[in-house]
Design a protein around this ligand. Structure first.
Ligand code: FDA
Length: 391
């Protein structure tokens, strides 16, 4: 029988950070990870350079059925606090844009940093562990394939459903249900949206083209780049939008986000009256995109010859393009899982279950999901820190 003060299930960002925090307080902490190594998702994150935090992270950058839940944890462990650790380990980083901090060289450095912190604090990390059951007669008993573990506190840090190939399982949700918790239905977030049949035929050939847009759905807008793919639309703008998109919703795309339409078209018609719509489109978009747009618009006229209806058609197409996705690419490409353990049944200060004392939920398994841009790791660190200080 292995005994500890706290057992953390899941050796990802949240679980490791919780274990380090608890061990620094003198607690005997064991991390149980079913993969053969810890921090697999950290390794591939941020294109291999891990966007480990966002200096501008506020509760507004998170989605949850209970939006105020994340305030406490985020305010008690801030991006500046995480940066202190980055500085302590001499990890070079850079700001890509809008507060997004990435490793200069490789996300391996973040995993090494966490491993070193675990080592120095005395955390026991066990990998390749297959958990069969978790029960709580008095303390928690964890039965694995070969061993038993006992602890007064356990922390569930198993993440969500995104990327099975990296070890994602529904285990956290199963434990939550077993202990009487409500689950907010899960769905893929930060995920490419797929074409419906008719758009597929029209636009699939544009795969690889990127252009700046403003995407809007359910009153939420993001101004970033959009990427055409064979299957649909991706790129930062559409990934952000996907987290706010529900089946059946139409996404409105403004392909001219920096321009004021009335000024733009008036100036164009004055200065380039004899220019064709097709050539005018080429001044804004890559050639292939301009041609496909021109075919769709079917306005083979000069700018000066456009009538009121033509102008309306052009404006709607370019600034209010209606994209009705068939769906999303799902958990095989999603960066995050929306939904999860209902936060109204957790303490926002400690992450402890309000139903079963000694049981904690942190990181992505909880119904708190960040935007693209380092916000999800910041939630993992902050929620891990909150629980690590309470166990
Ligand atoms: P995480 O999924 O990291 O860890 C859970 C751990 O539990 C895993 O190690 C898993 O193997 C383990 N586990 C699961 N089931 C288990 C079981 N039954 N028994 C034992 N262990 C089990 N975010 C960000 O802020 N910046 C970024 O750059 C990126 N980039 C990025 C790229 C890609 C491709 C993806 C998929 C995701 C991102 N993210 C991101 C999101 C970010 O990776 C994610 O939000 C955090 O890793 C969540 O941390 P957790 O520790 O909660 O879960």
């Amino acid at each position: 029988m292995n005994k500890a003060d706290v057992i953390i299930v899941g050796g990802g960002a949240a679980g490791l950070f919780c274990a380090i925090t608890a061990a620094k307080r003198g607690k005997k902490a064991i991390v149980l990870e079913h993969n053969e190594r810890i921090g697999k998702k950290i390794l591939i994150s941020g294109g291999g350079r891990c966007n480990f935090t966002n200096t501008g992270a506020t509760p507004k950058n998170y989605l949850s059925q209970n939006p105020s839940f994340c305030i406490s944890a985020l305010s008690r462990f801030t991006p500046a606090n995480f940066l202190e650790l980055i500085h302590k380990h001499h990890i070079d980083y850079f700001e890509k844009k809008d507060g997004q901090l990435f490793c200069q060289t490789s996300s391996k450095l973040i995993v090494e940093m966490l491993e070193n912190e675990c080592h120095d604090a005395g955390v026991t990390v066990m990998t390749g562990i297959e958990i069969n059951t978790i029960t709580k007669p008095d303390s928690f008993f964890i039965k694995t394939k070969n061993e038993y573990f006992k602890a007064d506190k356990i922390v569930i840090a198993c993440g969500g459903l995104s990327l099975k190939k990296l070890g994602a399982t529904p285990f956290g949700y199963i434990v939550a249900k077993d202990f009487g918790h409500t689950l907010i239905p899960s769905r893929a977030g930060l995920v490419p949206l797929t074409w419906n049949q008719s758009d597929f035929k029209k636009y699939t050939a544009l795969a690889g083209i990127s252009t700046p847009v403003r995407g809007t759905v359910n009153k939420q807008s993001f101004e970033e780049s959009l990427l055409f793919t064979h299957k649909g639309l991706s790129g930062p703008a559409l990934l952000q939008i996907s987290s706010y998109w529900n089946e059946g919703d139409t996404v409105e795309i403004d392909f001219l986000p920096q321009e004021k339409w009335d000024t733009l078209i008036t100036q164009a018609r004055t200065a380039h009256a004899r220019q064709t719509v097709k050539n005018w489109l080429k001044s804004f978009f890559p050639e292939r995109l301009a041609e496909v747009f021109n075919n769709e618009l079917a306005l083979s006229k000069n700018l000066a010859d456009l009538n009121k209806a033509d102008m309306e058609k052009l404006q709607n197409f370019l600034t209010r393009f209606p994209f009705k996705p068939m769906g999303t690419e799902g958990y095989t490409t999603a960066e995050v899982t929306l939904g999860g353990v209902d936060t109204t049944e957790l303490s926002s200060k400690t992450m402890e279950s309000l139903k079963t004392s000694g049981l904690y939920f942190i990181g992505e398994v909880v119904d708190v999901t960040g935007w693209l841009g380092g916000y999800n790791f910041q939630w993992a660190w902050a929620s891990g820190f909150a629980a690590g200080n309470a166990v």
